[in-house]
Design a protein around this ligand. Structure first.
Ligand SMILES: [Zn+2]
Length: 69
C-alpha cells in the first residue's frame, strides 16, 4: 500500500513497505552526491535521466542534503 503525504518541509513523500520516498528528489548512479532535486532532469556526471531513476529515500535526503543546508 502506497500512501502519499507531505513532510514538515511541505515536500511530497510516499510511504511504501516501510520505506519513505521523497517525490521532490531522485537518485542517480553516482556513488557520492547522488541525490538530485526534481527540477534537475539529468545527472551531468553519470548521464542518467530523471525519468529512468527512482525517487530518493527521505532518510538519505535528511543525512546528505539537509545537514548541508
Ligand atoms: Zn550521477
Amino acid at each position: 500500500m502506497v500512501m502519499e503525504t507531505k513532510n514538515q518541509f511541505g515536500e511530497r513523500i510516499e510511504s511504501a513497505g516501510g520505506i519513505i520516498l521523497n517525490l521532490e528528489y531522485w537518485d542517480c548512479e553516482c556513488e557520492k552526491n547522488f541525490i538530485h532535486r526534481i527540477n534537475e532532469k539529468k545527472c551531468l556526471d553519470c548521464n542518467v535521466r530523471q525519468e529512468n531513476q527512482p525517487n530518493s529515500r527521505e532518510s538519505e535526503i535528511e543525512m546528505l542534503i539537509r545537514v548541508r543546508d
